[in-house]
Design a protein around this ligand. Structure first.
Ligand SMILES: *[C@@H]1O[C@H](CO)[C@@H](O)[C@H](O)[C@H]1NC(C)=O
Ligand SMILES: *[C@@H]1O[C@H](CO)[C@@H](O)[C@H](O)[C@H]1NC(C)=O
Ligand SMILES: *[C@@H]1O[C@H](CO)[C@@H](O)[C@H](O)[C@H]1NC(C)=O
Ligand SMILES: *[C@@H]1O[C@H](CO)[C@@H](O)[C@H](O)[C@H]1NC(C)=O
Ligand SMILES: *[C@@H]1O[C@H](CO)[C@@H](O)[C@H](O)[C@H]1NC(C)=O
Length: 771
């Protein structure tokens, strides 16, 4: 089950390093196999209310239950906040025996998850301007917890100059371990813990020659994400001179607490749950998770389960949507209490032109910094013509014929293996450089890499043009011209091709992703233990690195949630998310819809959710859609969850009222998804009704509704069409009726509902799907 690709090693996790093909979802393990005699990790959920009184503490009860099925199994973790229960190693028959034990709700096999800036503050319009952006509370009171690969504490992004004492009531710790002591924390990095018991139980002891048994980040990913969310300002940050400027997190005064849960072989759910458990007890305000594991029902998904408890405690959860785009229904982390973040581009680029022997010039991107190519043109060869391998065009390790590539620039096709690894393959075969051509999977999306040889990435169409010349000219020649950093690129943002897309398969009635944020070519802090490509052969060391993925967009939203919370300390997680979503933009400054770079066509809410985050607007949304734990419980009832399934998610006996009608469309979510059954629609028309309640957060005001849709198949009406609020905190409800007359199975259309008082624009996307 826990296969690890030998050639990828630690670099498996971010989009920087691998093509989308490797991001196949890690399917949830099936139920218990009673005949399985090998030991596996199981997470045991218990009903706290059923603990017999004889046990002084739940640990004694857990031990006693466990002893009754196994003499030797040890408790890995006990959980107190995220779930009630513990994790342990059991055979299939032991697990089956434990599952029917009194008080045990369920015994679930462990799942595996994988890890899915200077320019962005300016791009987002939040360069420091204290007068413009006053704080009501204090940003330095907000704590962002990051579950990832740990932290490189020496990074200047964790400089604590100017920060006051650690917020009162903070219970986190700086745990000592390999190359990590309590002295590595400070007033910026206020907590650092690591969770390896589940990982080591399955994978064997951590090889300390390869990674630190501590919160130290030997990979870079965790340092990048946590410094993006809440890193301190660093002047003159850059990667080899690229993207030179001031780097800072989105909430640059917020505190950071890191929870290392991802190791060389992945991230295991028993560790993730333990980290969420700890983060809740420590007292974080925001949880940022740039990792995912496909999509399973909420009651089987440890991230969904653990974060339900967190959201109940007032913690906002921001997760990456995944890098499995541009195909539809490729999302992870879709629970309605999670803010699901997709990725877009920013207006910065790193141009590196392909100049051909026929005089034509094509644009590409690169972060190469080393010896330049000679000014003269070099011989050019297609990898597919320089290999005996049928997949030679993909430049897999050992497939290029050195005789055919020596001294030449090689054109490789993108896909399957890491982009930077292809460059290394060309280099090892004696090639002088590489042109990396996108295929249909990534379209015109340009992701820049710090290649180990002179190389540039070009879009699919450009690649086709270049190949025409390359395959027709008897003596093709080429060179690559590197031009540094360029800003002001338009259009920006565009939705990136890799960003995972809706609709959600787990709960199609919740429109996901929620929002997009910058996730392409993002500069942030890096580890001192690995080079910018993450390849073991890359001996370069950098303070900052430029990488891409929804792993990068998620911490932007985590940090921006902290930014909003600092100014509205009494808002709930749902209110903060609502503010971020209803003020997001789905059109560029030119008034044109955001583009999907995968197709070159207009993007839809299944690509960007409510749109692109606009932090300044989010500070003053006018109205919010609020939600609490009871609302989520009603939603689980509407999904027809059994009492056991609800207990798994919500840790309580919540009974759905048999006399009450629960509707998935009544969850007070800031977006709308209507799903129609084509067979019903065919017989006439089909109606979906939504109820929503808006809360004023800006005092009295009268809001009018504006409805727009591109759909010929639906009629949307809103009642009432005007909402008048007399004072702040006043609530007003309305209903949306969608009547669908026709529609082909498998098609979608979209719309938008906007409430406006002339000052505030409270926008919600609508998606209509015919099954
Ligand atoms: C610990 O840190 C030192 C210096 O930073 C480094 O040389 C060494 O390799 C590190 N050890 C491990 C296990 O990471
Ligand atoms: C590459 O590195 C050199 C120093 O070796 C530096 O002067 C130059 O500006 C860098 N190039 C780019 C494009 O940033
Ligand atoms: C080079 O590869 C192309 C595309 O695979 C193929 O059409 C062509 O015949 C090859 N040329 C040679 C000389 O092998
Ligand atoms: C590729 O095939 C040719 C002809 O069959 C052979 O001469 C050559 O050695 C092979 N090259 C590699 C790298 O296997
Ligand atoms: C929860 O439900 C179980 C069985 O369904 C019952 O035995 C138990 O008493 C209930 N606990 C509470 C606190 O209602």
């Amino acid at each position: 089950m826990l296969k690890r690709s030998a050639f990828l090693g630690s670099v498996l996790w971010t989009f920087l390093f691998v093509g989308p093909l490797l991001f196949t979802a890690v399917a949830a393990a099936d139920g218990i196999d009673g005949s399985d005699t090998s030991r596996k990790t199981y997470i045991v959920h218990v009903a706290k209310s059923q603990m017999p009184a004889v046990f002084p503490h739940h640990d004694n009860w857990f031990d006693s239950s466990l002893r009754s099925v196994s003499d030797s199994a040890e408790v890995l973790y006990t959980y107190a906040a995220a779930i009630h229960g513990f994790s342990t190693r059991l055979t299939g028959s032991e697990a089956a025996a434990l599952e029917v034990f009194p008080g045990v709700i369920s015994v679930l096999p462990e799942q595996r998850y994988e890890l899915h800036t200077t320019r962005t503050p300016e791009f987002l319009g939040i360069e420091d301007n204290a007068a413009l952006l006053p704080e009501s509370g204090s940003e330095s009171d907000v704590i962002v917890g990051v579950l990832d690969t740990g932290v490189w504490p020496e990074s200047r992004s964790y400089n604590d100059a100017g920060l006051g004492p650690v917020p009162a009531g903070w219970k986190g710790e700086c745990e000592a371990g390999t190359n990590f002591t309590a002295a590595n924390c400070n007033k910026k990095l206020i907590g650092a813990r690591f969770f390896s018991k589940g990982y080591e139980a399955t994978m064997g002891p951590i090889d300390e020659s390869k990674e630190s048994r501590s919160a130290r980040d030997d990979d870079g990913h965790g340092t990048h994400t946590s410094s993006t969310a809440a890193g301190s300002e660093v002047e003159g940050a850059n990667l080899f001179g690229y993207a030179l400027g001031n780097a800072r997190g989105m909430a640059r005064k917020a505190r950071v607490s890191v929870y290392k849960v991802c190791w060389l072989g992945g991230c295991l759910s028993s560790d993730i749950l333990a980290a969420i458990d700890r983060a809740i007890l420590d007292g974080v305000n925001i949880l940022s998770l740039s990792l995912g594991g496909g999509s399973s029902d909420f009651y089987r998904d440890s991230v969904a389960i653990g974060t339900f408890a967190a959201t109940e405690k007032g913690i906002l959860i921001s997760c990456s949507a995944g890098n499995a785009g541009p195909g539809s229904s490729t999302l992870s982390n879709v629970a309605p209490w999670i803010t699901t973040v997709g990725a877009g581009t920013i207006d910065r680029d790193f141009p590196a032109y392909v100049s051909l022997g026929n005089g034509k010039k094509y644009s590409g991107v690169s972060l190469y910094n080393g010896t330049s190519l000679p000014r003269t043109l070099l011989p050019f060869v297609y990898a597919g013509n320089a290999s005996n391998n049928t997949n030679g065009n993909l430049c897999f390790t050992g497939t290029l014929d050195p005789e055919k590539v020596a001294g030449k620039i090689v054109l490789c096709d993108r896909g399957v293996t890491a982009r930077v690894l292809k460059g290394q393959v060309v280099k090892l075969a004696g090639g002088a450089g590489m042109v990396l051509a996108n295929t249909a999977a990534s379209g015109e999306e340009l992701v820049a890499d710090a290649h180990l040889l002179p190389a540039t990435s070009v879009g699919e169409k450009t690649g086709i043009e270049i190949k025409k010349y390359l395959l027709s000219d008897p003596n093709p020649t080429v060179t690559i011209l590197f031009e540094g950093t360029k800003v002001g690129i338009q259009p920006a943002p565009v939705v990136s091709a890799f960003s995972s897309r809706g609709p959600s398969t787990v709960a199609p009635s919740i429109l996901k992703p929620d929002i997009i944020a910058p996730g392409v070519n993002i500069l942030a802090g890096w580890t001192g233990a690995a080079g910018p490509t993450g390849l073991s052969t890359d001996s370069r060391r950098v303070d900052f690195n430029i990488i891409s993925g929804t792993s990068m967009s998620c911490p932007h939203v985590s940090g921006l949630a902290a930014f909003v919370k600092a100014r509205h300390s009494n808002w709930s997680p749902a209110a903060i998310r609502s503010a971020l979503m209803t003020t997001a933009y789905d059109k560029g400054k030119d008034g044109k819809p955001l583009i999907d770079v995968a197709t070159g066509k207009n993007a839809t809410p299944f690509d960007f959710g409510a749109g692109h985050v606009d932090p300044k607007a989010a500070l003053d949304p006018g109205l919010v859609y609020d939600l609490n734990a009871d609302d989520y419980l009603n939603f689980l009832c509407a999904l027809n969850y059994t009492p056991m399934q609800i207990n798994l998610v919500a840790r309580r006996n919540a009974t759905c009222d048999a006399g009450k009608t629960y509707s998935v469309t009544d969850l007070n979510y800031p977006s709308f998804a209507a799903v129609f059954d084509t067979t019903q629609v065919a017989g006439g028309s089909s109606v979906v009704k939504f109820t929503r309640t808006l809360t004023s957060v800006s005092g009295a005001g009268t809001y009018k509704v504006f409805i727009s849709t591109d759909s010929k198949e639906v009629k949307v009406s809103v009642d009432p069409g005007v909402l008048s609020f007399g004072a702040a905190n006043e609530k007003k409800s309305y209903t949306v009726t969608v009547i669908a007359s026709s529609g082909l199975p498998g098609t979608n259309s979209f719309g938008r509902i906007v409430w406006s008082d002339g000052i505030h624009t409270v926008g919600s996307p609508m998606a209509f799907t015919w099954n």
